[in-house]
Write a protein that binds this ligand. Structure first.
Ligand SMILES: [Zn+2]
Ligand SMILES: [Zn+2]
Length: 848
């Protein structure tokens, strides 16, 4: 019989599902292991060959853990709200629900074809009203905890999708979804206070076994800076401007202040500003600019001085000018910065352009080997080539001159904190004698700022979870009662977004007009919907809660199954889903709904699979490769093997369909080993194969654990090649398919069942499946290699020594020897005439 994957794969897929071999048991006595894939968006295009890379990896891992006697949960579901389905509805008038159903059916079929062992009984779909009932319930929880609020904000606005976007959804100024340039629009929004969790989201990253790259991206996104908030008095006015800086050590070098155009103090200063008209014009102009434009490195910095107003530098009592410039953003720090042109390039560029004074206050350590004496004050214009932003000794800094900048930051901050304004007495001799005391209301305080901003949580679109809020004329914002959930999406005729900033829901009067749950009076429903990230913030919990098509918040199940031990998905979600889901988890923890703080203990990212030309696969490029015909032709097992063999798991790699041919051949070799086994072989022959098998078991086990699927498959290939040329018994073949089974589950099940004589459905059960066999252990005694020192000679002279396995072959020894750096120089340009090899001792290369 020849190997025919088409004949066996469908059969086994059906049997596995029928006997429920991949279903997880709640509360089993076994140790639990929760392995999770990022659930996909059910798109009309279905899966392309890039999607299953992660799914196959988790499937292999799940097989390993199941066979190690863990109670494994490996579920799958659909993250089905979102724009593509809605856009399709706009184009065709087909309701997103219908499209979603169709797409889910197709993708599920594709996953089955690959032989992925999911527990389909737990399948979830975020657009199921029973599902989003809980998403809405969690929203109400956020609202009650004061973590969801309404605000009119200038938000990122995608003119093509006609909706607001979160900061995380704007990539290089473009819409994450459609690629259009993102603009600005003032809109009433629902906002989630993720900033309240900034510190915890940062700190708890340390608890996680995640790729360092992803953790670093989250750290940068949260962007914590610690420094000082220093107050600058405005001359002759009882006003002050707080400024946040991480470089208090450069305070003596501050020669002007810069305010963001939106800074509220400008309004208060109006009557004192001599050039008010030009200031107002400037502010108007900056309103039209995008944030990205304002802070772009490439763009020239503009700004305008507030004439008639001066601030006082609290360090040296100098009067300094105040500017308004749009490169300063109102929402970062205090919306005002102290400009130190000598030690900040942006300030330097601006100062040079506006001919402002510069004071050098930091001498780089590499220039100044010892502490400089107090130098006279140097004020210069344009004397410097560029700013020095590094650390060094302080100069021109009064009593702090000579101090190291790292220490001076704290010292200057502390000094200002303890002195009340104005600290004009810096050079007074008795300053050093002051006893430290904690004075609140001094001219500085320690401060921490985060880059993270609150999460804009509403979208002006149809295909999302309705926000369970009404607006009552009398009571204002009123949350829906829990018993009224789910608040279902109404049917609409037109899905087209209005573009005015209102969702299509606003046009359905019957739905919009409702009664206030509090006073019974007339009220209007919130017509914004939730962003597509809402449903995925808690879906890892949802898999546990489904019962008879409904969801019950079962704390015992949550306690049993969570958190997730292994999570696999794309790195592109670093500051989106992966941050949002962590945020909701912290909130649910605080509310006592769950007992864990972090949802995903271990995360691994798969690398992208690119088209054969190295481009990203996309419908628009027309280079998408569909797995279905490949599986039809080569089989699911060959497909799985190729996906895992093509390269290191976390690296991007180009697709090459030819690679499948090799995998199919490999499986044919495995198939053809059967029937050629001997009933008796010699003890020596047996021992040799046993040794290799045990070595392979060790390698494969460790490789799966470390996501080195490609090298695991190479080890399997080596084993198969060895068997081909030798005498072997059926027991050897059993070992082979036992460890090949996670990678190529169908062929192994087929071969296994052929000895069990249980290939008929009736007789086959979970216990007889190879996927229930205990994972083999290796015998450390069998794989212990004797290591010896091999002497390498060139023309009889010892030139190098290496540690090698005692049974190294001449061929391998020669290969190793000529690759050694020390040997290369002796044989370079020469011909190897002869090789003398003494096994276990030496190799001598005779060259001429
Ligand atoms: Zn867009
Ligand atoms: Zn009311």
């Amino acid at each position: 019989m020849t190997y025919n994957p088409r004949k066996i794969e469908r059969k086994w897929q059906r049997i596995w599902e029928k006997i429920g071999i991949f279903e997880a048991k709640d509360f089993s006595k076994k140790q639990k292991f929760y392995v999770l894939d990022m659930f996909p968006y059910p798109s009309a295009e279905g899966l392309h060959v890039g999607h299953p890379r992660g799914y196959i990896a988790t499937d292999i891992y799940a097989h390993l853990m199941r066979r190690r006697d863990f109670n494994v949960l490996h579920p799958m579901g659909w993250d089905a709200f979102g724009l593509p389905t809605e856009n399709y509805a706009i184009k065709t008038g087909i309701h997103p629900e219908i499209t979603t159903k169709k797409n889910v059916k197709r993708m599920k079929e594709q996953m089955r074809m690959i032989g992925l062992g999911y527990d389909w009984l737990r399948e979830i779909n975020t657009t199921d009203p029973e599902y989003y009932k809980l998403t809405q319930k969690i929203f109400l929880l956020l609202y009650k905890m004061g973590l969801a609020y309404e605000a009119v904000l200038p938000i990122n606005w995608c003119p093509s999708c006609k909706t607001g976007l979160a900061n995380e959804e704007v990539i290089d100024g473009k819409c994450e979804r459609c690629g259009a340039e993102v603009g600005k629009k003032d809109l009433r929004q629902w906002v989630l206070k993720i900033t309240a969790y900034a510190e915890r989201l940062l700190k708890d990253l340390d608890l996680l076994d995640w790729p360092e790259k992803i953790k670093e991206m989250q750290r940068n996104w949260i962007g914590k800076s610690e420094g000082w908030e220093i107050k600058f008095e405005i001359k002759n006015l009882k006003l002050e401007i707080p400024v946040f800086t991480t470089r208090a050590d450069t305070l003596f070098g501050c020669t002007y202040l810069v305010l963001a155009p939106e800074h509220p103090i400008i309004q208060k200063l109006k009557s004192n500003i001599q050039n008010l008209k030009s200031i107002e014009e400037y502010i108007e102009k900056s309103k039209k600019k995008l944030e990205r434009e304002r802070i772009s490195e490439a763009k020239e910095k503009t700004g305008i001085e507030l004439k008639g107003i001066k601030a006082i530098n609290p360090a040296n009592n100098r009067e300094i000018p105040i500017f308004v410039a749009d490169y300063v953003l109102i929402h970062y720090g205090t919306g005002a910065v102290m400009a130190v042109p000598c030690h900040d390039q942006r300030d330097f560029d601006f100062a040079r352009k506006s001919n402002l004074p510069m004071i050098e206050v930091i001498k780089p350590y590499f220039e100044e080997k010892k502490l400089p004496k107090e130098a006279p004050l140097i004020v210069s214009n344009g004397r410097f080539e560029k700013a020095y932003e590094g650390e060094g000794f302080l100069i021109n800094s009064g009593r702090f001159t000579g101090m190291k900048s790292e220490e001076a930051r704290e010292a200057i901050g502390q000094f200002l904190a303890k002195k009340n304004l104005p600290p004009t007495t810096f050079r007074e001799k008795d300053l050093g004698k002051q006893t430290p005391q904690e004075v609140v209301g001094g001219s500085a305080k320690k401060a921490v700022y985060f880059k993270l901003r609150d999460w804009i949580f509403s979208r002006q679109r149809y295909w999302g979870e309705p926000i369970p809020i009404v607006h009552c004329e009398k009571c204002g914002i009123v949350p829906l009662l829990e018993k009224d959930l789910p608040l279902k999406l109404p049917r609409v005729k037109k899905y087209q977004p209005t573009g005015t900033g209102e969702s299509p829901l606003a046009a359905i009067e019957k739905w919009v007009n409702t009664k206030c749950p509090k006073c019974g009076g007339p009220a209007k429903r919130e017509t914004n919907t939730m962003p597509q990230w809402a449903g995925s913030c808690w879906y890892f919990i949802a898999y546990l809660l489904k019962k008879d098509k409904k969801y019950f918040w079962d704390k015992e199940k949550i306690k049993y199954w969570l958190p997730v031990e292994l999570y696999v998905g794309g790195a592109e979600h670093a500051v989106l889903h992966l941050l949002y889901a962590r945020f909701w988890t912290e909130v649910l923890y605080d509310a006592g709904w769950i007992k864990f703080k972090e949802p995903f203990l271990k995360l691994r990212n798969q690398g992208l699979i690119l088209a054969s030309d190295g481009q990203k696969m996309s419908k628009s490029r027309g280079n998408v490769i569909n797995p279905d015909p490949l599986i039809e032709k080569y089989g699911a097992d060959a497909f799985r093997l190729y996906e895992m063999f093509m390269g290191p798991f976390d690296e991007p790699i180009n697709w090459n369909t030819k690679g499948l041919i090799g995998m199919k051949r490999f499986l044919e070799k495995v198939w053809n080993l059967f029937g050629k086994e001997k009933s008796i072989i010699s003890v020596e022959e047996d021992r040799e194969i046993e040794k290799l098998i045990h070595k392979t078991i060790k390698k494969i086990t460790e490789d799966i654990e470390n996501f080195r699927f490609n090298t695991a498959i190479s080890a399997l290939m080596i084993l198969v090649n060895e068997l081909q040329g030798k005498n072997y018994g059926i027991w050897h073949l059993k070992s082979l398919i036992s460890i090949l089974a996670p990678f190529a589950p169908h062929i192994c099940e087929e071969l296994w069942s052929s000895f069990a004589k249980a290939s008929k459905d009736k007789q086959f059960n979970i216990k007889t499946s190879i996927h229930s066999r205990p994972w083999p252990k290796y015998d450390p005694k069998l794989i212990k290699e004797e290591i010896i020192t091999l002497v390498i000679q060139v023309n009889g002279k010892v030139r190098d020594k290496i540690e090698v396995e005692a049974d190294i072959s001449e061929e391998k020894a020669r290969e190793l020897a000529i690759s050694r750096e020390k040997i290369k120089k002796w044989i370079k340009g020469k011909k190897i005439k002869k090789v003398i090899f003494v096994p276990g001792k030496l190799i001598n290369l005779v060259v001429i």
